[in-house]
Design a protein around this ligand. Sequence first.
Ligand SMILES: NC(=O)C1=CN([C@@H]2O[C@H](COP(=O)(O)OP(=O)(O)OC[C@H]3O[C@@H](n4cnc5c(N)ncnc54)[C@H](O)[C@@H]3O)[C@@H](O)[C@H]2O)[C@@H](O)CC1
Ligand SMILES: [K+]
Length: 492
Amino acid sequence: MKTQGLTQTLSSQATWPLHSVAQTQALEHEAQAALPAHTLMQRAGLAAAQLALAIAPHAQKIWIACGPGNNGGDGLEAAMHLHAWCKHPIVTWLGKDGDMPADAKQSWLRAKDAGVTFAEQPPVQFDLAIDALLGIGGQRSPEGLMAQWLGAMQRSDVSVLCVDVPTGLLADTGEWLDTSPQHHVKAKRHTLSLLTLKPGLFTANGRDAAGHIWFNDLGVTAQKTPTAWLQHSQPAHAPRAHSSHKGSFGDVAVIGGAPGMSGAAMLAALAALHGGAGRVFVGLMDEDAKHAATAAHPPLMVRDITHLALNESTVVCGCGGGDAVHALMPQVLSSSQQLVLDADALNAIARDTALQSLLKKRSPRHKPTVLTPHPLEAARLLNCSAKEVQKNRLHAAQQLANTFQCVVVLKGSGSIIASPGHTPVINASGNARLATAGTGDVLAGLIGAYLARSEDPFAATCQAVFAHGQVANAWPSDAAALDAALLAASVR
Ligand SMILES: NC(=O)C1=CN([C@@H]2O[C@H](COP(=O)(O)OP(=O)(O)OC[C@H]3O[C@@H](n4cnc5c(N)ncnc54)[C@H](O)[C@@H]3O)[C@@H](O)[C@H]2O)[C@@H](O)CC1
Ligand SMILES: [K+]
């Protein structure tokens, strides 16, 4: 077993394994059995103290809020180091003598012996706060003193370093233990994930709660298949061969754009074009919009829907389709070689069990399908509420994928890509710039382009989702606001 692990920022690796709370606890037990007692907590505390110095090198007064369990023990260990390094840590601690885990008790005794300052209340002024209240053992909503201390941290402008997990966040799902407004986090935040990276840090409320994420494996290597993978970057596109031609990169056919909504289909089509599809056909449902669309975008081939070669194309269906798209769905589901279903196409399927049967038949016929629901569309397909979907996004995405034998992209902060037989992926790119109308249409078109030139629908979908988010990440802060048209023109 390695010695003290290294604290890393996530940019050093393209993908990261994410482990559930149960897997992390099993790993912790194994490692503890192989190491001298108390080793892991000492490593955790040292890593937290070192990171505190790195993120706030000039901080003198450091408030460390410690909870009753081992997360609090990590905070107490950190306090000892900061004290030894001539900083001024002040610990407020919720543990009770005689009623605490053995590791945390040892740390408490050692911190007292070392002369660390303990206080009943947080200091009025502090330069850095360390949240060591709850980690992966948090099971109920913080209340009383713990809630007060969390509120004080969250109201302060001072940076907060969360040990392992932001207190109150469920490490498996990224849901808050409660929905109280104290979670509107203001301060700059860092989270040091210990032993493993947990999925809840990257999806649902996790990204806002955790801020900048750091990882230290405490010198322990996780061997088990992870619960999910984090996609943090992606390989550059392979260069196009000189001999390639428009047929080398596949045909995408976009179907949608009912009267008044042709813009949505055009966004998807433009994204497919800029995303590298060889040829992009558009079957607009709004007859009156066809001329204008052809004139405005000559590279797109606007056609009658009945003239599209569905059985030779990657079809993107549903963007701006309205209720009228329902009538087209039996043919789209039966004939399309590869298929991306978005928006109104998903709503049509959710309402009609006959369409659901057609969708389920596609996979056995080797016709890959990608569904791109946002949480409400996913809820309609799963016959539950959007709240239930958000409660466990990994589970909801996998359930949809298994039910319909499709690749599923569950959109939202930390989009999830699931497919039967694959470990799900959480996408790390993207930000709130994408929270604007039409970005979902762009994503559907881009997935179409990536699918059209790939043999592996799951990998192609993961790459397209990452590339879509990456445009928002790279968008200059002083440039015009990123709208869907700019996004469609910028995707690659
Ligand atoms: N045991 C060890 O050696 C190690 C522990 N580690 C740390 O230990 C953490 C897990 O420790 P625990 O399993 O003790 O769990 P936590 O410390 O996360 O919290 C569990 C404790 O808090 C109490 N609790 C839960 N919700 C509460 C609430 N709302 N209000 C008040 N009390 C509440 C529980 O009754 C229990 O006593 C990890 O997240 C990590 O920070 C890591 O440092 C790895 C090594
Ligand atoms: K914590």
